[in-house]
Design a protein around this ligand. Structure first.
Ligand code: IMP
Length: 425
């Protein structure tokens, strides 16, 4: 299998975890390259559900090493909880299976506190972050005052860093937000202890990925969130604090762009979004409610109900350009079964060419496509899909200009229809 980047083409929750799990069958490594435990990737294997927030979705495969790359922000407690949860299910996670970059930045207690306090202070103007400390951690990374994983392996070094950082954070926590101050010594003790447990997994992830390349192995890059949550290309400021697009896979893992063979975009057959921000095709009526109910559209990380709406072609077409998509995997097509007709946004009024700088005030132009009444969740071949269902996929494919090569009709590994060669190689 070639080296493949998988990214979300909408606002996250497109079902990337399942597609990465399907593709990881032939991969030597699965790499997370950005974001942190704001993500929630749900896998269903043999009827058993597993939600991963930080560990790559290949962790259930014995054939591949999972890499948490330098571009990820790591909450060590969450990482240990996920390792323990897997061990509780009878899977021992060894340092051969999990490699964490020594350069990944750490989500510290003051990042968690500030994320929550800032959101509370914003009131109605809040972004709706996951309150996992993601934004404040990336801020400190860019401001060159972050704590990286290798700092957790050396108490003197960690103490000296925190002595420089924490007084300023405490001023903000206490004087500005009226919260409790944090204690440096307690933090050093807690995080050195966490570092000791994580130490066996921490190593030279760049070296590992290059050795896989040298022996012509294949690497799967697992994006988190979606293209329109990207800090540069998304609906700013209602975005996450990292680059979520395919270009970030290289910087966030230390693999050069010339090594990338394919970029797969995951597109849900309709659209959802959690948190605030523009959503041109949002359906606030009964049909939107139906999508939420039938699609179980509740956040895997926060449990929040997701906002639901219709497929937005200009959005996904823009994602195809930004990410350089070579193929699309379309998920949750089964959720649309039973609708008499299905609205699809084919353009934004007044925007014939190009993509608007802001989606705040755009008016979608809809086409109504015929629906299908059959339950498609047991279909395993393209030929088993009802004609109107096939027409729906083919029409979107034509409008986006990228082939749809995998269709997902249910949460399990087996609930998948493969149309292209990438997924069978
Ligand atoms: P943050 O990433 O926690 O800072 O949240 C910023 C925005 O991104 C909020 O609207 C979140 O709901 C959204 N977000 C973050 N991670 C995910 C995800 O994995 N799926 C969907 N939305 C997400």
């Amino acid at each position: 299998m070639p080296n493949v980047i998988v990214v979300g083409t909408q606002w996250g929750d497109e079902g990337k975890g399942k597609v990465v799990d399907v593709l990881s069958r032939h991969a030597d490594a699965v790499v997370r390259f950005q974001g942190g435990n704001n993500a929630g990737h749900t896998l269903v294997v043999d009827g058993e559900q597993l939600v991963l927030h930080l560990l790559p979705s290949g962790i259930l495969r014995d054939n591949c090493t999972c890499v948490v790359g330098n571009g990820v922000v790591v909450d060590p407690r969450v990482m240990l909880d996920e390792i323990r949860e897997l061990e509780g299910r009878g899977r021992t996670i060894t340092p051969r299976q999990l490699v964490v970059s020594a350069q990944a930045h750490i989500i510290m207690p003051y990042h968690l506190a500030l994320d929550r306090l800032r959101e509370e202070a914003k009131g109605a103007k809040r972004i709706g972050t996951t309150c996992r400390g993601i934004g404040p951690t990336y801020e400190d990374k860019v401001a060159r005052r972050g704590v990286v994983i290798c700092d957790l392996l050396d108490a003197d070094r960690l103490r000296s860093k925190l002595e420089a950082i924490v007084p300023e954070k405490n001023r903000m926590l206490v004087d500005w937000y009226g919260d409790e101050p944090l204690d440096v010594e307690k933090m050093v003790a807690d995080y050195i202890e966490l570092g000791e447990v994580l130490a066996p997994f921490v190593s030279d992830s760049v070296g590992l990925l290059h050795s896989i390349q040298r022996r012509a192995g294949s690497i799967l890059f697992e994006g988190a969130q979606g293209t329109f949550l990207d800090v540069d290309h998304g609906t700013y400021p209602f975005v996450t604090s990292s680059n979520t697009v395919a270009g970030a896979a290289c910087a966030g893992s230390g693999v050069g762009p010339t090594a990338i063979d394919e970029v797969v975009g995951i597109a849900k057959a309709y659209t959802t979004r959690v948190g605030a921000g523009a959503f041109p095709t949002e359906d606030l009526g009964e049909l939107g409610e139906r999508l939420r109910r039938v699609g179980s559209e509740f956040g895997a990380t926060t449990g929040r109900p997701r906002r639901c709406g219709w497929f937005d072609v200009p959005l996904v077409r823009q994602a195809a350009r930004i990410n350089g998509l070579t193929r699309i995997a379309m998920t949750k097509l089964d959720v649309l079964s039973g609708l008499a007709s299905i609205p699809v946004c084919v353009a934004y009024e007044g925007h014939v060419d190009g993509f608007p700088a802001s989606l705040d005030a755009v008016t979608p132009v809809y086409e109504e496509l015929p629906g299908w009444s059959e339950d498609i969740s047991k279909c395993r071949q393209v030929s088993e899909l009802p004609a109107d269902c096939l027409r729906y996929v083919a029409h979107l494919e034509e409008l986006i200009g990228v082939p749809v090569e995998l269709v997902s009709v249910g949460p399990g590994r087996e609930d998948t229809i493969v149309r292209g060669d990438l997924f069978t190689r």
